[in-house]
Design a binder for this molecule. Sequence first.
Ligand SMILES: Cc1cc2nc3c(=O)[nH]c(=O)nc-3n(C[C@H](O)[C@H](O)[C@H](O)COP(=O)(O)OP(=O)(O)OC[C@H]3O[C@@H](n4cnc5c(N)ncnc54)[C@H](O)[C@@H]3O)c2cc1C
Length: 417
Amino acid sequence: MDLTTTPDQERLRGELRAWLHEHLPWDYGVGLPPRFTDLAQEVSFGRRWQGDLAAAGWVGVTWPTAYGGRALGPAENFVVQEELARARAPELVGRIGINLAGPTLLAHGTDAQKERWLPAVLSAAELWCQLFSEPDAGSDLAAVRTVAARSAGGWVLNGQKVWTSYAQFADWAVCLARSDTTAPKHRGLSFYVLDMHAEGVEVRPLLQLTGEAEFNEVILHDVFVPDDQLVGAEGAGWRVAGSTLSHERGVNPRQLVIHMQHLEELLRTAAAASAFDDPRLRQRLAEAYVEVRLFQLHNWRSLSKLERGLEPGPEGSILKLYWSEMSKRLHQLALDILGPAAPLWRDATDNPGDGSWQRAWLYYLASSIFAGTNEIQHNVIGERVLGLPREPEPPVPDTAGTGGGRTRQEAARGTGF
Ligand SMILES: Cc1cc2nc3c(=O)[nH]c(=O)nc-3n(C[C@H](O)[C@H](O)[C@H](O)COP(=O)(O)OP(=O)(O)OC[C@H]3O[C@@H](n4cnc5c(N)ncnc54)[C@H](O)[C@@H]3O)c2cc1C
């Protein structure tokens, strides 16, 4: 692992830092996001911010120039993400498009599909969601039951998806559905781009612990998807979806940015609350600092693998498991520092952070579920990183070359944003 940046990377850092000093919607490095009255207001603010950032070329820097990127490498992308964190820049609202849908289309889409969808992903002119999970298909994603039936000029989809983050704001979705109900489960799947404004798409918000409804239930009643919105070959959906899921683990600049920002804010909150005078809190603050730093180093290790042209492997599960537990400890510490103010909610007076710590604590309870549950990560680490024995299971034959041949455990995954 080489942590030294090149002169070109430092030039890139300087260029972005100068841009942020001029364009951030609040003071560089110290600002807090404005108080939004609801999620819709936050999303519309986010679209404007991402639009500005993309227009200046700071979104999707690794993407090809033809689709609005800069064709830079993973290390340059990391420099960009770290600078955004340092500046306390707002999170990107179009993250599902940028991190999941976009890379999948880049890998498996036709030229026409890439030209149609990719530029609007970066500018947030169009938002995306991920229609993978279903009530009986979460960790075992290949069990999806949504059916895609052949029809003139396309497909008709019927089924129920759940936990779909940002579905109520999305223009498009990546959707996994069963196009052949007679084939073995991994081989009967196809991968579609679905128009969220199409007739028959019903979005029902689901209330979360935070009091917001960021995710939703999505019912598909006879939704027509034209032929040119099939991504990859018919029946190759499991392989295409595997590409989407590989972007959820491994290097995770987004969670790194968030946790670096939260750590900085925590240190500020701790100083204001004189928490450094308490030796037990001081010790835990030092541990939180070390943990975020270790997360950064873990990321750099995976990054150096990418830089050498290697694919992220199953050890990405270590990173996911690590940050989800780190996150819970960090946000628990924040509440312990707030002390008697910890149970206060947003409208309360004398509430340090105006309820943002309480919200983050509640939100990150889900970190051990989304992007693959902790149990699934433990299984992957045990079986595929440590090589521990696994329960024998008959493999699914891969006669069609579509990514069957894997066992159920290897198919286990998790999504979530
Ligand atoms: C905040 C949030 C946002 C999300 N956003 C999206 C989204 O935008 N799109 C989307 O498609 N999905 C999304 N998800 C869904 C997420 O991917 C699933 O919740 C996750 O994959 C787990 O699936 P499940 O909830 O069906 O639980 P299940 O798979 O039913 O698991 C239930 C329990 O059984 C355990 N378990 C299951 N299989 C095994 C096994 N083989 N070995 C050991 N233990 C096992 C699990 O760890 C868990 O504890 C989101 C989830 C959350 C929490």
